[in-house]
Structures are given as C-alpha cells and as structure tokens.
Design a protein around this ligand. Structure first.
Ligand SMILES: *[C@@H]1O[C@H](CO)[C@@H](O)[C@H](O)[C@H]1NC(C)=O
Ligand SMILES: *[C@@H]1O[C@H](CO)[C@@H](O)[C@H](O)[C@H]1NC(C)=O
Ligand SMILES: *[C@@H]1O[C@H](CO)[C@@H](O)[C@H](O)[C@H]1NC(C)=O
Ligand SMILES: *[C@@H]1O[C@H](CO)[C@@H](O)[C@H](O)[C@H]1NC(C)=O
Ligand SMILES: *[C@@H]1O[C@H](CO)[C@@H](O)[C@H](O)[C@H]1NC(C)=O
Ligand SMILES: *[C@@H]1O[C@H](CO)[C@@H](O)[C@H](O)[C@H]1NC(C)=O
Ligand SMILES: *[C@@H]1O[C@H](CO)[C@@H](O)[C@H](O)[C@H]1NC(C)=O
Ligand SMILES: *[C@@H]1O[C@H](CO)[C@@H](O)[C@H](O)[C@H]1NC(C)=O
Ligand SMILES: *[C@@H]1O[C@H](CO)[C@@H](O)[C@H](O)[C@H]1NC(C)=O
Ligand SMILES: *[C@@H]1O[C@H](CO)[C@@H](O)[C@H](O)[C@H]1NC(C)=O
Ligand SMILES: *[C@@H]1O[C@H](CO)[C@@H](O)[C@H](O)[C@H]1NC(C)=O
Ligand SMILES: CC(=O)N[C@H]1CO[C@H](CO)[C@@H](O)[C@@H]1O
Length: 670
C-alpha cells in the first residue's frame, strides 16, 4: 500500500534537476562516508553513481518529485559487512557514528528515509530528525542506536511507517513511549522489536486509529495493556511478546475486526484463555505460550477455521488439557505448539487431520506409546517431542521424509537401534535423541547427512569403536556422544567446522590423539571420564624444544586456537602438563583433574588471559603454582602430591618469607 503511494508520487526522470543545496548535502554525506570507509577497509566505492556533475535525481538510491526535489533516500545496507558467519549473523567491519547523518537533515523535502542495516552507533539525532517534517516512511532497523527515542520523532505527524527494531534503544531516565506517541495519528506501522525499551504503554496509543501493525516484541515493557487498544480498529497484527506485561488480557483485543495475528507470548498474563477469541473471523496466528494463563484449554480453539498457528502452554502456565475431550478440528494448522499442557495418552489422533502441518511441538507432556505413522508420513519439518514417555522403536518411515529438518525426541523411552536408513533424511539439520534407551552402533549412513549441524545421542546405550566419519562437505558443528558405551580410540575425524565435541562418560581408550590439525574451529572439547592413558608429554611434546630441533610447530592440542573449554578429567593420563597448553589463547575452562599428571604446572599457563576455571586437582603435581595473570585467582589444586604457592597458602621452599609468621605454612611445605 505504501509502495504504491511512492510510485505515484515520485518520478526519477524529470526535466528539472535537484536543488544545489540538496545535491551538496548528499555529496557531503557521501564524502564523509567514503573517507571513513576507505580508511577502514579496502572498499572505497559506496554510492558510486553519486557524481557531482550529474543531476542528483538520476543517482542510485535517490528519488525526486516531478519538479526535481529529493523525496526518497534508500540507504539501507550501504556500509560494508564482513562475511556472514555460519550462523547467518552479519558482522559489520566497523561502526560509524550516527552523526554521519547530519547533512541529510538539510533535505527537508524528504518523505522516505531508509537507513536500515547500517550498524550506526550512538544516539538518534533528534534535532536533525525534527527537520524532516514531511517524512512518511522512516526505517532505522538493524542499527546500534542507543539512548532514548528522541521526542522530535513524535512530532513527525505525517509518519505512516516507523521501524526502529533491532537497536539498543532504551534508557533508565524516562518512560520510553510517553503520551506524545499519540501525536503520530497517521501511523499505520510501528515496529520497536528487540530493543531495551521499558515503562508502560500509554493510553494515548489508542489515538493511532490507523495502526495496522504494532510490535514491541522483546523489550522490557510492563504493566497492563491500555484499555484504549479498543480504538485500534484497523489493527491486523499485534505483537507484545517477550516483555513483562501482567494481569488479564483485555477482552477488547478480541473484538478488533481485522486482527489476523496476536502474539502475547513470554509475558506474565493471567486468567483463562478468553472465550471471545472464538468470535474472531480473521485470526490466523494466536501465540499465548509462556504466560501464567490457567483454566481448561478450550476445544473451540480448533473450530476457528482461519487459524494456522496456535502456540499455548509453555513455561509457567497453569492450563489444563482435557484428555477426554473429543476434538474434530475445523482449522488447518501449519504450526502447533502445546508444551507443558499435561497431555496424556497417545499422540492425539486428530492431529492426523492437519495435512498442512509442518511444525509440531508437544514437549514436556505425558505422551506414551509408539510414534504414530501419521507423524512420519505428513509434511512435518520440525517434530519436537522431548520430555514425554514415548517408547518402542523409532519408526523407519520417519527418515524417508523429504521434509524433516529438526527432530527432538530427547528424554523419552525409545529403545532399540537407530534405523539404518537414517541417511535418507537429507534435509535434517538437528537431531536430538539424548536420554533414551537406544543401543547398537551409529548407522554408517548418518555420515551422508551433509545438512546435519547438531547430533545429540548422549545418555543412551550406544556402543562400538567406529564413529562414522563426516566428510568436509558436512555442516556438523556440534556432536554430543557423551554417556554411552563407545570404545576404541578417541575419534578426531570430524569436519573442519566442528565447534563443540562432547565424548565424556564412555570407554574410549588409548592415548590422547596428537593430530587435531583440522579442527581449528573447535571451541569445546570434553572427553572426561574415559579410559584414556599414556604420557601426555610424549604425545604433545614441549613446543619450544621441537621448534629448535625441526623448526616446525608440531600438531597438537595447542593448535586448537579457538578452544574455550577443555575437559580431559577422570582419565589415566600421565606425564607433565605440556607447555603448549599455554598456547590455548581463548581457553576459559581447563579441567585436567583426576588424572596422573606429575611434575610442575607450566609457567606458560600465565598466558591464558581468558581463563576463569582451572581444575588440576587429584593428580600428582608438585612444585610452585605459577604466579601472574589469571593464575593468581585460580583454585582447584587440591589432592596433589606437593604443590605450593600463594593460591593455596602454602609457602614454597626458597620463597622469601612474608613479614610476620605464616601460621602452619612450614609444616605443609613441600
Ligand atoms: C586490504 O587488503 C590487504 C591485501 O588484500 C589486506 O592485507 C588488508 O588487511 C586489507 N585491509 C583492510 C582494512 O581490510
Ligand atoms: C527510485 O529510484 C530508483 C533508482 O534510483 C528506481 O529504481 C525506483 O524505481 C525509484 N522509485 C520510485 C518509487 O520512483
Ligand atoms: C534544518 O534544515 C535547514 C534548511 O536546510 C538547515 O539550515 C538547518 O541547519 C537544519 N537543521 C538541522 C538540525 O540539521
Ligand atoms: C551510546 O553509545 C555511545 C557509543 O557507542 C556511547 O558513547 C554513549 O555513552 C551511549 N549513550 C547511551 C545513552 O547509552
Ligand atoms: C478491515 O479490512 C477491510 C478489508 O481489508 C477494510 O476494507 C476495512 O476498512 C478494515 N477495517 C478497518 C476498521 O480498518
Ligand atoms: C460472539 O459474537 C456474538 C455476536 O456479536 C455475541 O452475541 C457473543 O456474545 C460473542 N461470543 C463471545 C464468546 O464473545
Ligand atoms: C495431569 O494429568 C493427570 C492425569 O493424566 C492428572 O492426574 C493430574 O492431576 C493432571 N495435573 C494437572 C496439574 O492438571
Ligand atoms: C532398555 O531397553 C531394553 C531392551 O532393549 C530393556 O530390557 C530395558 O528394560 C530398557 N531400560 C529401560 C530403563 O527402559
Ligand atoms: C594430520 O592430519 C593432516 C590433515 O588431515 C594429515 O595431512 C597429516 O598426515 C596428519 N598427520 C599425522 C601425523 O597423522
Ligand atoms: C581401561 O584400560 C585398561 C588398559 O588400557 C584396560 O585394562 C581396562 O580394561 C580398561 N577399562 C575399561 C572399562 O575399558
Ligand atoms: C580429595 O581427596 C579426598 C579423599 O579421597 C576426597 O574426599 C576429596 O573430595 C578430594 N577433594 C577434591 C576437591 O576432589
Ligand atoms: C484526539 C484524541 O483522540 N485524543 C485522545 C488521545 O488519547 C487520550 C488518552 O486515551 C484521550 O484522552 C484523547 O481524547
């Protein structure tokens, strides 16, 4: 609707050229930006078509009226981003301060300004925006603006679209959304998602009678929803999720005629699910989970013919499911989540009527019996059923699904082997089977699953000494095989992108492997409670010595530069603690306890500036605990043969005695 308006309003080609002061303002903006960008990165070409010799109405991202005044600036994502990381998060190469915008505030004819996705830092320049009184459309999402929303924005009464989502807005000084928000009478969309805003929503919100979309998702707003919400007759989507709103949900919401989506999840609303919901004729999305609602879950919910997404139950809820109720749905749900609702018996048969369903979450109920075939046969992409008592074998049919993306059966009673055809489920990205009674070997075909990112088989009875090798095309980044009966050598044949590897509580044996060369992204390595033996000093030689000899740094644990957590406790590893541990520059937690380490703790551990947890207890260590850096604040030295040092208040032989007697120190000294 808005884009239609702008197409009618703006003509990029015209016989007039833009006013010199507007051109100058734009060139000023460009030159400041170019100077910052080229001094920080190798890319200097932003806004390449902004050429001083041509009409600014012909420039890219600029639109003018027929008579040649600038009305639109489409400046989203003009600041270069570094590569998108594996999680899809774009990290900017650098941050530019919000005062870069200053020249633009001279262009008072602006009706549309889009500066989204630029990671600008600092406060929103209120005085400047106060100049842009003709603004109809203002998009500032995905920057890093902080501080309060400036009051000048609330004077831009022509605004129809305002998006300030995904910033750091919010201050402790005043209510973030004061009564002045009521001035924005023409506003149709107000998006303030994911900021730090707090306070109450003022009654004056009811003055925005043209509002069709309103979201304050994921802020710190509290209090009741103002009763004036009843005036927002045009409202189509209302998203108040992830705040601290309280009390009963005002019934007036359910009388708004055009509402299609209501998300009130993640608050502390109380009371029953309002019966007036059943009168809503356009409702497609209803998300009420993670509140303190109580009473019986009404079966009429499934009679709302327009309903496509239903989320109820969840953390803290007191809703009760009537297990005797006979449900014949009139809706066709795509997404259904009823977690912690005390649903018992078999997975309800009526779910099989929901042919379009692609997401089913019935976590933390009392479901029993085998997984019905209709779950495996449908279009489900996400099957989330942890914390139930489902049992019997995992059906073969499940992995023939072309749709399956995420499967979570954690904490149930499934038993038997993993189906051999698991490798058919080509799209699967996350597989959680922890805490069941599964046994046998991991089927080899699992290594065909290149899309798999998380594999959690922990706390079962799997065994075998061959862990299928995932090739370099694999996206696996987290593998948890802990607390099974795996044996043989520690497997290291994982793809390069591996981040988290949990192998503890098995019976892996042999030496700690030397060759970790490939796993340069590993952040967590947990192989505690196995049967690993050998002299670590032989497998991980002292780097300094070898560098004299061969000139090469040997592959070793010291290569794992990304490592944040290393746990090799509860094994039978002997020898000295290698000096190369001092190369684990990102390590935060290092647990070597309950082994047979001897000799002294290497001085190189002082280099570990991120270290917050060190446990070397229950070994045979001797000598002085290194002093300096994080080592000064560490504990976890108990039950060794003869450690000394200020950390354990034992004076070392040869240390200068501090002034005054240190009681008992002499007797404990080694
Ligand atoms: C510019 O490129 C050179 C060579 O490609 C590179 O070494 C340097 O780090 C780059 N500078 C910036 C700031 O990206
Ligand atoms: C705005 O200008 C761009 C060229 O910079 C053009 O592609 C676009 O169609 C124009 N938009 C309108 C609404 O005129
Ligand atoms: C507002 O626009 C006028 C006219 O271009 C200009 O003189 C003034 O400096 C602008 N104010 C701000 C705060 O940018
Ligand atoms: C906003 O961020 C800037 C720089 O990132 C900082 O200097 C300033 O103190 C912050 N202001 C507020 C109100 O948090
Ligand atoms: C509700 O939607 C219809 C159809 O889009 C529209 O004609 C009507 O004006 C809307 N009602 C209100 C109060 O906005
Ligand atoms: C549904 O709407 C009808 C007619 O407007 C009304 O009489 C009835 O009370 C409403 N039911 C609920 C539960 O609000
Ligand atoms: C949950 O359901 C069981 C029967 O399956 C019932 O005995 C129990 O009272 C219910 N708990 C709650 C909190 O409703
Ligand atoms: C695990 O499964 C085996 C059969 O494979 C069965 O004998 C055993 O009782 C099950 N254990 C539990 C705790 O359910
Ligand atoms: C260590 O791994 C690399 C890469 O996989 C391989 O080329 C090399 O031969 C291995 N070295 C040893 C000693 O196994
Ligand atoms: C642990 O290893 C030792 C020798 O390597 C072997 O004798 C013992 O049986 C192993 N224990 C287990 C539980 O595998
Ligand atoms: C030290 O050893 C004693 C005796 O075996 C044990 O009771 C105590 O828990 C151990 N301390 C730690 C920190 O492991
Ligand atoms: C013009 C108008 O509708 N003003 C209203 C704005 O909101 C406040 C609080 O709800 C009302 O008191 C005004 O009448």
């Amino acid at each position: 609707m808005l884009s239609v308006l702008f197409i009618l309003n703006s003509f990029p080609t015209s016989s007039f050229s833009c006013p010199p002061h507007q051109k100058q303002a734009l060139l000023h903006f460009k030159s400041t930006l170019t100077a910052i960008i080229s001094s920080n990165s190798n890319s200097s070409s932003v806004l390449g078509s902004w050429n001083p010799t041509s009409d600014c109405c012909s420039w890219e991202s600029v639109n003018c009226t027929r008579t040649g005044t600038v009305t639109e600036l489409h400046l989203y994502n003009i600041i270069p981003y570094s590569d998108i990381d594996p999680y899809g998060i774009m990290t900017p190469i650098f941050h530019i301060r919000s005062d870069i915008l200053t020249p633009l505030f001279h262009i008072q004819s602006l009706e549309l300004l889009d500066i989204s996705y630029n990671s600008l830092v600092g406060e929103i320049p209120g005085v400047g925006f106060g100049n842009l009184t003709k603004l109809v459309y203002l998009d500032m999402m995905q920057n890093r603006f902080n501080g309060s929303i400036p009051s000048q924005l609330f004077r831009l009464t022509n605004l129809r679209y305002l998006d300030m989502s995904f910033n750091l807005l919010g201050g402790k000084l005043r209510p973030e959304l004061g009564p002045e928000v009521g001035n924005l009478r023409n506003l149709e969309y107000l998006f303030l998602k994911v900021n730090l805003l707090s306070g109450k929503i003022p009654e004056e919100i009811g003055n925005l009678t043209k509002l069709t979309g309103f979201s304050v998702q994921n802020n710190h707003f509290f209090g009741v929803i103002p009763s004036s919400i009843v005036n927002l007759r045009s409202l189509e989507t209302l998203d108040l999720s992830e705040n601290s709103f309280t009390m009963q949900i005002p019934s007036s919401i359910w009388t708004l005629p055009n509402i299609t989506a209501v998300d009130l999840s993640g608050n502390t609303f109380t009371g029953p699910i309002p019966s007036s919901i059943q009168n809503m004729s356009k409702l497609e999305v209803l998300r009420l989970h993670n509140n303190m609602l109580d009473g019986e879950i009404p079966t009429w919910l499934f009679k709302i013919t327009t309903l496509e997404q239903l989320f109820i139950g969840g953390k803290g809820n007191g809703l009760i499911w009537n297990n005797e109720a006979k449900i014949v749905p009139d809706c066709s749900l795509q997404l259904l989540s009823m977690t912690s609702c005390n649903i018992s018996g078999q997975i309800p048969e009526w779910i099989s009527s929901q042919k379009e369903m692609n997401f089913l979450d019935l976590s933390n109920n009392k479901l029993v019996g085998r997984l019905p075939d209709f779950i495996a046969k449908g279009k489900l992409e996400l099957i989330i059923l942890p914390e139930n008592n489902l049992e019997e074998l995992i059906p073969l049919l499940l992995f023939e699904s072309k749709h399956l993306l995420i499967l979570d059966f954690s904490h149930n009673n499934f038993y038997g082997e993993l189906p051999k055809n698991i490798g058919y489920a080509k799209r699967i990205a996350r597989l959680f089977l922890s805490e069941n009674n599964l046994s046998g070997q991991i089927p080899m075909s699992i290594s065909n699953l290149d899309s798999l990112r998380t594999l959690d088989l922990s706390k079962n009875r799997f065994f075998g000494d061959i862990i299928p090798a995932f090739g370099d095309k694999s996206n696996l980044d987290t593998s948890d095989l802990s607390y099974n009966n795996f044996s043989g050598n520690i497997p290291i044949n994982f793809p390069k992108g591996m981040r988290n590897l949990y192998l503890g509580g098995n019976t892996f044996s042999g030496n700690l492997p030397v060759n970790w060369t490939k796993l340069i992204n590993l952040q967590i390595l947990d192989i505690h409670e196995n049967n690993i033996t050998g002299n670590l000093q032989d497998t991980l030689p002292q780097i300094q010595t070898l560098k004299a000899l061969s000139g090469e740094i040997p592959s070793s644990l010291g290569n794992l530069k990304a490592l944040k957590l290393l746990n090799i406790s509860h094994n039978m590893i002997s020898g000295r603690i290698p000096m190369s541990f001092g190369d684990l520059q990102n390590i935060e937690s290092l647990d070597l306890s309950h082994n047979e380490f001897s000799g002294s703790i290497p001085q190189s551990l002082v280099n570990l500036v991120q270290l917050t947890i060190l446990d070397v207890s229950n070994n045979k260590l001797t000598g002085k605990i290194p002093v300096g850096g994080q080592m000064d604040t560490m504990n976890g030295f108990e039950n060794n043969t003869g450690l000394c040092g200020m950390q354990i208040k034992v004076t070392c032989r040869g240390d200068i005695q501090p002034l005054g007697p240190l009681k008992g120190a002499d007797e404990k000294q080694s």
